[in-house]
Design a protein around this ligand. Sequence first.
Ligand code: 5GP
Ligand code: ZN
Length: 141
Amino acid sequence: MSECIFCKIVDGSIPSIKVYEDEHVFAFMDIMPLTKGHTLLIPKKHHENVYDMSSEEAGQLFSVAPKIAEALKASFNPAGLNLLNNNGAPAGQSVFHFHLHFIPRYDQTDGFKASWLTKEKQYTNEMFKEYADKIRENLNK
Ligand code: 5GP
Ligand code: ZN
């Protein structure tokens, strides 16, 4: 049996508060919410992170995102909404079954803090072009 906590949520062996379910995905309330309505959307099949998912599986998951976003908007009328996905421990991933956070935003004091310490002075247009060349090269592999 899987040791993955989110696989156990999908198979019902540990409880969760369900928001949505279809053949491919499952959405439920985050047990440690950042804000009111904080919801997680996961694939039913175990995938550790985005690298582990096919385009088709990612499509199945993201095709539900607007529906959940609309429902959160209609339910809580947040001022904004962050969709967040952490891949790998250094990026903040703590549960290693892919999940997309839906974090309704109410104001600047709602508990969500993401600091963007931009470093545009360290990069030149030439560097951006070089990086883009590298990414395109790998996209075509
Ligand atoms: P991560 O840090 O991996 O991006 O997010 C994992 C999220 O899963 C956290 O927000 C955490 O509160 C939530 N979480 C962890 N364990 C459980 C659980 O057993 N049930 C629910 N509903 N959420 C969980
Ligand atoms: Zn899993």
